[in-house]
Ligand binder design. Structure first.
Ligand SMILES: Nc1nc2c(c(=O)[nH]1)N[C@H]1C(S)=C(S)[C@@H](COP(=O)(O)O)O[C@H]1N2
Ligand SMILES: [Mo]
Length: 516
């Protein structure tokens, strides 16, 4: 066999084998919730990208959703490409040796990649989209990888043999007809079945994907004291969110504890519960944005679960793990606070899948990231422990600074003076983390003078407040409206120039209103 022929046949069978392997991964993910490199490769890589680079990359590709699609797309392409390269290697080896046995190709195309991928993906192997606990999820992920690599190896070897099999013997000489037709047949069928099937599963997964709701905001005229569940803002790092099967799911309390604990959902629900209204806000929420919502949560204090496990000396933080390999930390002291909860109900209903079914963490006063969804492990850790976004470089401050927002009127809206003088309803929200809101003021002259707004929904220390003001502009003009809030500790909202954006924005929401 000529060198060129070995390379050509290797390339084609390798690419098809990469495609077959990708389809096997898609099937495993779709049918059994198995974590595959298609999703967790991106999880693993993203912690190496610093927060600023991450944001600028996100801006360049047109948002988080596009970045996720680009991520999965690149992994799929990468797998086919690496498959093709592997195929060339195989072709060159097969050309030299008369016989390449399974032991040989199995080591090169199953065991070696398995070892390499397992080592690289080690921190995220414990992912499972139907909610298996981390230990079992790790085994399942490794089994899934093995299955996918076996399909790769077999497709490659059999494909290569099919392409290069001698079909005629003339005078004891092997003679292979030109490869063209067979290659066309093999490539065509491969793309038809694997590509077509893969595209079908991709479409099904796309419908389940988070693109339709990731980044959903809650703001404007519709805002009420309690956010309806289906309008609650939503942020997720995932391309496809977990859909946890409650019978597979467990909550573990482990790490620096005397006695590890494991809870089934029923056991968790049988513990004495409390309900607590708490507002959540994303660290990346802009001053005018709606990545902020309020709900009534029901669950158990995290401190109760921790006490049952008895933290050991040296314990300083908790590191929380979601079934999606998301992690985050906060101080043990905060975890012990009676308002820090593990909740399973939201506004009287079981948590929706996208909000963390069957259980999530509520940690008042901290940014949304710390409210880990699909929680499966509370790890008691030392002071050095870090989470997903902390590793990326977010923070160091994760405590929500006081802020306020206009929900109406719209920025750049115009009113006729006659109508305006009867009163324009100006309203919005104000949020002071876990310090509550005691006062909201509005300025109609860009901060020169301030008027006291009415607190229509004062909320609690742990929630936002809804405020309003009946504004009667005196004349036709362009007005710059500003709002500022005072928290429960008497601190007036401020613009902290020193605070890095990685610890959340501070400042004032301003809108322009024209009275004609
Ligand atoms: N397991 C897990 N928990 C998570 C996230 C995630 O991607 N995975 N996203 C976090 C972020 S960035 C925010 S702002 C909140 C959003 O919670 P919500 O979607 O219920 O509003 O969840 C946090 N908890
Ligand atoms: Mo967030």
């Amino acid at each position: 066999m000529s060198r060129g022929r070995a390379i050509g046949a290797g390339f084609l069978s390798g690419a098809i084998a990469g495609l077959v392997m990708t389809v096997v991964m898609l099937l495993l993910a779709w049918l059994f919730g198995v974590a595959t490199p298609l999703a967790i490769f991106g999880d693993r890589l993203s912690v190496f990208i610093p927060a600023d680079a991450f944001l600028s990359l996100m801006g360049r590709v047109g948002g988080y959703n596009h970045m996720k699609q680009l991520g999965v797309g690149s992994v799929i392409l990468g797998q086919i490409l690496v498959g093709a390269l592997g195929g060339i290697v195989y072709g060159l080896i097969a050309r030299r040796r008369r016989h390449v046995g399974f032991i040989f190709s199995g080591v090169i195309f199953i065991l070696l990649p398995l070892a390499a991928v397992a080592i690289f993906l080690w921190p995220v192997l414990g992912t499972h989209y139907f909610g298996l606990p981390i230990g079992r999820a790790t085994v399942v992920t490794l089994l899934g990888l093995t299955t996918a690599f076996v399909f790769f190896e077999r497709s490659l070897v059999l494909g290569f043999r099919f392409l290069t099999r001698p079909t005629m013997r003339i005078n004891e000489q092997e003679f292979s007809p030109p490869m063209g037709r067979r290659a066309l047949l093999f490539g065509g069928l491969g793309i038809l079945f694997a590509g077509g099937g893969g595209a079908g599963i991709l479409r099904a997964l796309y419908r389940l994907a988070t693109f339709s709701y990731d980044g959903l905001q809650y703001k404007g005229r519709i805002v009420q004291g309690i956010t309806p569940n289906d309008q609650f803002y939503c942020v997720t790092k995932n391309v496809v969110d977990p859909r946890v099967d409650a019978s597979l799911w467990r909550l573990e309390v482990s790490g620096l504890v005397k006695t590890r604990q494991t809870y089934h959902l029923d056991r968790l629900k049988s513990l004495p519960a409390i309900t607590q209204e708490t507002t959540l806000m994303c660290i990346s929420n802009g001053l005018d944005a709606g990545l902020m919502s309020n709900a009534l949560w029901k669950g158990v204090p995290m401190g109760m679960l921790l006490n049952a496990a008895t933290p050991l000396p040296g314990a300083a933080k908790v590191r929380l793990h979601g079934v999606d390999n998301y992690t985050d930390t906060f101080p043990l002291e905060k975890a012990m606070d009676p308002t820090t909860l593990v909740v399973y109900e939201m506004n009287g209903e079981p948590l929706a899948h996208r909000h963390g079914f069957p259980a999530r963490v509520i940690v008042p006063g901290y940014f949304g990231e710390k409210h880990v969804k699909w929680i499966t492990r509370i790890e008691v850790a030392d002071a050095d422990a870090k989470g997903f976004y902390e590793t990326q470089g977010w923070g160091p401050d994760f405590i929500v600074p006081t802020r306020s927002r206009f929900d109406q009127p719209d920025h750049e809206s115009t009113f006729q003076l006659e109508l305006a003088s009867k009163g324009i309803l100006v309203s919005g929200v104000a949020f002071g983390g876990d310090r509550g809101i005691t006062r909201v003021e509005v300025s109609f002259d860009d901060g020169a003078s301030w008027e006291e707004a009415k607190l229509d929904y004062p909320g609690t220390k742990l929630t936002w407040a809804l405020w309003s003001y009946n504004w009667r502009p005196e004349g036709a003009d362009d007005y710059t409206l500003v709002v500022r809030a005072t928290d429960g500790e008497g601190e007036v909202q401020e613009w902290d120039e020193e605070r890095p954006f990685k610890s959340g924005t501070t400042g004032f929401h301003k809108i322009t209103v024209h009275v004609a």
